[in-house]
Design a protein around this ligand. Structure first.
Ligand SMILES: [Zn+2]
Ligand SMILES: [Zn+2]
Length: 167
């Protein structure tokens, strides 16, 4: 959805409200995806020489656990509000995705908000134990004996004795 922010600021229009579907399935959020269309709510209203714009959406994020690689689905919510002044429209460092005509790309804005929102590391549960390095199964399911303590310091005297016995 495109929103003519410049016109809205200069014309001082009545409050604007829109509910729209946004397809974010083409984007990659650190390996996670939003496969289903997202319903977003966009509002704009003038307040003196400022415009208050808000964007709200809920999405089901599909990814995989960084430790055990199980599929992870979690709900993420975007609820953000910006105050925009007319001079912001010509500011090259302005953070919202605007074109040179002052049109706000609301879909791209929503995409940016989900980028911030979705954690780069997803876990199936905060205490996921991950995979067993020996059998590759989940640690909770594996029946391997406890790993041998190969990194324990070897008693050097014992090692000498062993090498003598092996001759
Ligand atoms: Zn996990
Ligand atoms: Zn195991």
């Amino acid at each position: 959805m495109q929103f003519d922010l410049r016109k809205f600021i200069t014309a001082g229009a009545r409050p604007y409200h829109a509910e729209f579907q946004c397809d974010l399935s083409a984007y990659d959020y650190a390996g996670a995806r939003i496969p289903q269309p997202v319903t977003a709510v966009f509002d704009a209203q003038t307040d003196g020489d400022e415009v208050q714009i808000t964007l709200r959406a809920k999405a089901l994020v599909h990814g995989e656990c960084a430790r055990c690689l199980d599929p992870v689905t979690r709900e993420e919510t975007v609820d953000t509000e910006w105050i925009v002044k007319e001079r912001d429209l010509d500011d090259p460092d302005f953070d919202l995705p605007l074109d040179e005509k002052g049109h706000l790309d609301v879909d791209e804005w929503l995409n940016q908000e989900f980028m911030f929102q979705i954690p780069t590391v997803l876990l199936c549960s905060p205490d996921c134990a991950g995979l067993c390095p020996q059998c590759g199964k989940k640690k909770a399911e594996c029946t391997c004996p406890p790993a041998e303590q190969t990194d324990a310091p070897v008693d050097t005297r014992l090692a000498i004795l062993k090498s003598l016995l092996n001759r």
